[in-house]
Design a protein around this ligand. Structure first.
Ligand code: HEM
Length: 381
């Protein structure tokens, strides 16, 4: 039940932060979404997927300590960013989250070493993502040692976390998840993931270092990142167009997430255009949240909640619940896209539209789960 609890925590944190955003500091609201909502969920999801990718036994219950440690770090970060008297919390929070990232990385390397044969190439993306997170948190700690470089370290932290930690995890998971959602495997997923990791990782590092110290490098990094995104998007349009354009299901949400990530990168790149003033209103971080994270988490949850709630043999109970969770997924995908574009171009209502769409999903999921469990009880009695 740990993973469904982490999904619930993430969705509630997202909705609360979007409603709180106009009143709270921007960094505090962003960390409620990214560090309290997303980071523990990503850690939980990785500890579910790493045994699958390495064909080893499922994780022991004790591993739940890692997302809990990350959650404590994220909560401290939010406290520190909203209350000046908790300034020290940014370093303590970074240390806790760093310990959690390090522990998961070490566990993953052990699983890799103990397996028979080669792991699925998605594992290398997860490990690269964890390494980016660790570097991003070290950047916060480094800002205490070299305060004159604080702005550069914060930029490094921002990009290593968004493109590196979340971006690498999301793109590799999406590449594997969409064929599963469509029920038609794509034999090119593995080779493409293997080929694309150097592009995405080099892109992340160049954007992070470039935005911190030398702008032109960030442009090169953005171009490198575009290669895997375009390759994945093109293959999806070729293979899964019908599922992506459907009214129901998780596929439209996963495709919207990929489009939202691409848009946030385009808006981020625009910020590096020398100050013409034309794009000053763009907010890549807000597109990242409302155009990418919201469809990503709600789409992935629609597909994965049934199996996380009841692992093992998949029966009609699972497909029934999946259908209920994905009902009108296509409409939600369009609303998330609209909200993302609006928020990213400086319109506050975009965040509210994202929050309202997410609350719709939350209510629909509540009813679907209630029905699934009541139906099960009636069948048993
Ligand atoms: C849990 C430990 C973390 C700590 C202590 C921390 C700390 C910080 C600090 C001090 C800043 C600078 C805020 C400012 O400009 O005043 C910052 C910015 C930022 N961090 Fe984190 N962070 C953490 C985790 C994360 C995670 C996990 C993510 C993403 C997955 C993230 C994404 C960001 C972003 C996007 C910004 C830029 C915020 C803005 O544009 O206003 N952080 N963080």
């Amino acid at each position: 039940m740990a993973l469904p609890a982490l999904v619930l925590l993430a969705v509630v944190a997202f909705a609360a932060a979007l409603l709180w955003a106009p009143h709270a500091g921007r960094a505090a609201a962003l960390h409620l979404i990214l560090a309290v909502g997303a980071m523990p969920l990503i850690f939980g999801a990785m500890s579910h997927f790493i045994p699958v990718l390495t064909r080893t036994r499922t994780a022991a219950a004790g591993l739940l300590g890692i997302p809990v440690l990350a959650l404590a770090g994220g909560a401290l970060a939010v406290g520190a960013l909203s209350l000046p008297e908790l300034f020290w919390g940014r370093y303590a929070g970074a240390l806790l989250a760093l310990a959690a990232a390090g522990a998961l990385l070490v566990w993953s390397r052990r699983r890799r070493a103990g397996m028979v044969g080669r792991p699925h190439p998605c594992l290398a993306w997860y490990e690269a993502a964890l390494a980016c997170l660790a570097l991003a948190l070290l950047a916060i700690l480094a800002s205490a040692v070299w305060p004159q470089q604080t702005i550069a370290f914060y930029r490094l932290h921002l990009h290593l976390n968004t493109l590196g930690f979340v971006g690498l995890t999301a793109v590799s998971t999406l590449a594997v998840l969409l064929p599963t959602v469509a029920g038609r495997p794509d034999p090119q997923v593995g080779p493409r993931l293997r080929r694309d990791l150097p592009w995405a990782l080099a892109g992340t590092l160049l954007v992070a270092v470039g935005s911190a110290w030398f702008g032109p490098l960030a442009w090169i990094g953005g171009v490198l990142w575009a290669v895997p995104l375009l390759r994945l998007g093109a293959s999806w349009l070729r293979l899964y167009r019908a599922e992506i354009l459907a009214l129901h299901g998780a596929a439209p949400l996963l495709a919207a997430a990929l489009a939202g990530l691409a848009l946030s990168m385009i808006l981020g790149a625009m910020n590096f255009i020398p100050a013409t003033g034309a794009f000053r209103a763009t907010q890549p971080a807000l597109v990242f949240v409302s155009g990418f994270m919201l469809p990503l988490v709600s789409g992935a949850a629609s597909q994965l909640l049934p199996v996380w709630l009841r692992p093992g043999v998949q029966r009609s109970w699972h497909s029934g619940l999946r259908d209920s969770l994905g009902r009108y997924g296509g409409v939600r995908a369009a609303l998330f896209c609209l909200g993302g574009v609006a928020a990213g171009t400086g319109h506050e209502w975009g965040l509210l539209l994202g929050a309202a769409t997410l609350i719709w999903f939350l209510l629909q999921a509540g009813v679907a789960l209630l029905q699934a469990f009541v139906f099960q009880k009636r069948n048993q009695s």
